[in-house]
Each structure stands twice: as structure tokens, then as C-alpha cells.
Design a protein around this ligand. Sequence first.
Ligand SMILES: [Zn+2]
Length: 260
Amino acid sequence: MNVFILGDLEGTAGIVDFQLQTYSDAKYYEQAKQLATLEINSLIDGVLEGGASEVWFLDGHGPGGIDYELMHCEAKMVIGRPLAAPWGLDESFDAFFLYGHHSMANTERGVLCHSWSSRTIANCWLNGNLIGEIGFNAALAGSFGIPTVFISGDDTAVTEMQGYVPNIVAVETKVGLSQTSAISLTPLKSRQLHQEVGREAMKKVSTIQPFTIDPPYEFVTELLDADHIASKAKQPDVERVDTHKFKIFGDTLVEIAQRR
Ligand SMILES: [Zn+2]
């Protein structure tokens, strides 16, 4: 079985701060990447024990969320920017995993919650419904017929994902108290759980349906800063909605992901 893991950094145990941990100029950025990488390695151990033959890991955190030196020797790393969807994902994969994720922007108690960019985006809607990265990417995997079988992240990210895939297998790394505080597992405990639950998720692959959203697609982005709308609206096939919002259209989620 081939497994594709889409990773982020905000959902890792022990990580609760943009300025101190997840931005590339953060004082503890290198430590944050180490915490994530060791957790990912435990997940990969579990996935391999569960029968995976090939494991790809896509580093989805903007400025990078892993320490290459520490990365599990059996994984293939999908890295670099810009990284256009579908990033090598295709029908040959059997299961999609979401590692270290956060809930969508403006989620109550959502640890480091945001939608794609904490610095520039206020909200996103797909076909009229608010959506964040986890829902969107699960639907993108679903468009290739691949089920999303695992998520790890804070409790609000897990709850958001259960709205799309009720029987998804999950590791709750922390319970959010606010956007920048949480009751977190220790890294050691979280690694243990990633391994155990990752192994368990492999057994459930055949029982979880791919999550899909029917085409055609209409994706609306609301920017935080009205100054940026003019340059966005000038691009071809982009419709300006109001002072802060623009809209794009597409027949596939890959197209939307590439142009949003
Ligand atoms: Zn991120």
C-alpha cells in the first residue's frame, strides 16, 4: 500500500506560537522542526508496521516544517517552493494522511488556526462553505479516489476533519485554550501515539470512503488587507467580489489549488 502524508507544523505537540516557533525567523523554529520531524518519524514507523510499502511525505508548512537530517530513512520527501498541486499525488496512492494540522481561520480555541496564510487571509469558501486546508486537501485527495484515513493536530482540527470523514483515525496532540495556548501532550507521548495510531489507521484504509466535493468549483478568498485585492483581481479569470474578496472558478480541485 502506498501512503501519502501531507504535513504541517502548527499541529505538532508542544507548538503553540507563530512568532516564537513556526515563522522562519522564530527563535525556536529549528526546535519546532525537530519536534515535528521526530513525531513524523514515529508516524512513518507505525505506517510501515501497518503494511505500507511506500511512504511519501509532503512538507506543507510554508517556510518548511521538517529537519531533513533527522527524517526517517524510508520516506520520500516532497519539498521546495513553489510546490504546485497535486505534488506527485495520483491514483497509485491508497491512503492520504494529514499530519500536524490546524483548524481553519477564526475557529474558537483553534491552536494557530488559519486558512493557508495567517498573515494575509481572513477566510476561504469552497462552493459557498467555509473551508480550511484540511477539508480542501482531503477533498483534493478524494478527487483521485484516495481516502483520508488519519489526522493529527489539536482537538479543533480533529473535530473539523470529523465533519468531513466521521470515522477518521486521529491523534489529538493538544486541547486548545486559545489560538496561542493549549494543554499539550509531551513530545514523547505524542510520538508513541503517532506510531500506535498510524499503525491502526492502516488497518482501516478499506473501511473509509474518499471525501469528495462535486465539481464545478467556486473558491472565494477574503484577504485581511484590502490593498492586496487590486493585484489579485487583475489576474486572468479572477473575479473581484468586494473590497476584500476575490473568486476563482475551476473544474478540478487541482486547478483551484494551483490558482487560489
Ligand atoms: Zn503551516
